[in-house]
Design a protein around this ligand. Structure first.
Ligand code: UD1
Ligand code: MG
Length: 464
């Protein structure tokens, strides 16, 4: 079998996006646009991948950390033909076929690419390109055929005459080509067109002139080849992809109470028999276990949630880990570095950050836990605050196992409470407390009988 190589074009600015961000970095379901096509390309196990970058090259490079691709810089974006030609060096000793993809065509499937490769090899073609028939072909290159239906060339929208613009068969911008053919043909491509660009599709007419076999393959589902050139197209694409992600999870045994308002990024995973309520966002690399319940209005980014966790209504969580059986919310905010043991309870209006809580520990009401480690089976009373910041530095609080922290407690870090400590209500704890001790602040309460009545009389007498 000849080798497979991949060239992904991602150097264009994307003028039609009207954005400071390079087009291929605009996120689609949580992932930069070009990484979608790249992930698909990698499914083909190519022996080499060339990523052509140019506009915002440094930013684009940062978005892909794996080192299985070579970066090709296209200093000036002179067109798609020029972009591919820039990758020639990366393929100088390569005799196989290259799959050429665009960074702005994200929904292309590996299945389609494999079918193209198979067809290409069976037909012993020099080039095989993917086409689609669209109700609204505007913006795409049109496929020109002769009266017998044989491929002649491709004309870009901007260069097309009125009659050509009425053609519904378009170029999907996805190609399989013999490396040898494509680089040789590109050296003959001229930029005599409306945009003054070197068009990759021009190798079709050139190849046909040389008597090469050039094949087309029609894509089954036109959604697969949709390109993103404007924000409007990006929004449509986002909806399309979101629907297919939701469908995948429904088929995998996850209940979505309202798929219309469920937003799941592509790299998220969810265990079966989990039930997800409305207005839930699962972002980044979030992982949800089996038999979880998410009531609704949840915004999770890169969260790892174990089995049988209950996220009650309205929680915001990012970069945190929740072990099995925990109950979170309603109205809780779990910030980065939160690491909750099994069966932990976090209740309403509780905020955590860099907080490690042992199994079975509870903080059920109105609490801030920052830069803290808490052992198992500890109870944090309502209104407990870890005072972790003095305006200059952050300090740590350590709380042992089976500790009872009374309501309205302030723990002034750095401070340590040993196992089985009992903190009386309304304490301010500034010093370490040994295991098993009671800690309280010396404060006698005073009662003055009849005081209110006296005060009222006095105030009336003063005419107020
Ligand atoms: C291109 C095709 C068109 C096809 C459509 C399918 C050309 C000339 N036209 O048009 O026939 O119907 O895709 O989506 O190829 N890029 C570079 N360097 C450049 C120019 C572009 O890397 O100098 C990259 C862009 O970042 C983008 C891709 O190539 O990812 C396609 O470029 P774009 O300008 O979007 O081409 P289209 O007008 O969509
Ligand atoms: Mg495009």
């Amino acid at each position: 079998m000849p080798e497979i190589g991949v060239i992904l074009m991602a150097a264009g600015q994307g003028t039609r996006m009207r954005s400071g961000l390079p087009k291929v970095l605009h996120p689609l379901c949580g992932k930069p646009l070009f990484l979608h096509a790249l992930a698909t390309a990698r499914e083909l196990n190519p022996s080499r991948i060339a990523l052509v970058i140019g506009h915002g090259a440094e930013q684009v490079r940062l978005a892909y950390s794996a080192n299985d691709a070579s970066w090709v810089i296209q200093e000036q974006q002179l067109g798609t033909g020029h972009a591919v030609l820039c990758a020639e060096n990366a393929f100088h000793d390569f005799t196989g076929d290259v799959v050429i993809l665009s960074g702005d065509v994200p929904l292309i499937r590996a299945r389609t690419l494999r079918a193209m490769i198979e067809h290409h090899r069976r037909q012993k073609a020099a080039l095989t390109l993917l086409t689609a028939v669209l109700d609204q072909p505007k913006g795409y290159g049109r496929i020109l055929r002769d009266e017998r239906g044989r491929l002649v060339s491709i004309v870009e929208e901007k260069d097309a005459g009125d009659a050509q613009r009425k053609i519904h068969e378009v170029n999907a911008g996805v190609y399989v080509a013999s490396a040898q053919f494509v680089f040789a043909a590109l050296s003959g491509v001229k930029n005599h067109n409306q945009q003054g660009e070197y068009y990759l599709p021009d190798i079709v007419a050139l190849g046909l002139d040389q008597g090469k076999v050039i094949e087309t393959m029609r894509v089954d589902d036109a959604r697969e080849m949709m390109g993103v050139n404007t924000r409007e197209e990006l929004a449509v694409m986002e909806k399309t992809l979101r629907e297919s992600i939701n469908q995948k999870w429904l088929l995998a045994g996850v209940t979505l109470e309202d798929p219309e308002t469920t937003y799941i990024d592509e790299d998220v995973s969810i265990g079966k028999d989990t039930v997800i309520g409305p207005n839930t966002h699962l972002k980044g690399k979030t992982v949800i276990g089996e038999r979880c319940q998410i009531d609704g209005s949840a915004f999770l980014t890169d969260a790892a949630v174990g089995d049988e966790v209950h996220l009650r209504f309205s929680v915001v969580m990012s970069h945190c880990r929740i072990a099995r059986g925990a109950i979170i919310g309603p109205f809780a905010h779990l910030r980065p570095g939160t690491d909750l043991g099994a069966n932990v309870h976090i209740g309403n209006f509780v905020e955590t950050k860099e907080a490690k809580l042992g199994e079975g520990t509870k903080a059920n009401h109105l609490t801030y836990l920052g830069d803290v480690t808490i052992g198992r089976d500890t109870n944090i009373g309502a209104g407990t605050i870890t005072c972790n910041y003095d305006g200059f530095h952050k300090y740590k609080t350590e709380i042992g196992e089976r500790v009872q922290v009374g309501s309205d407690t302030t723990l002034v870090a750095p401070v340590k409470l040993g196992d089985d400590v009992y903190v009386a209500t309304a304490s301010t704890v500034r010093h370490d407390v040994p295991a098993g001790a009671l800690v309280f602040n010396q404060r006698d309460e005073q009662v003055r009988e009849g005081w209110t009545e006296q005060k009222r009389r006095k105030m009336k007498g003063s005419g107020q």
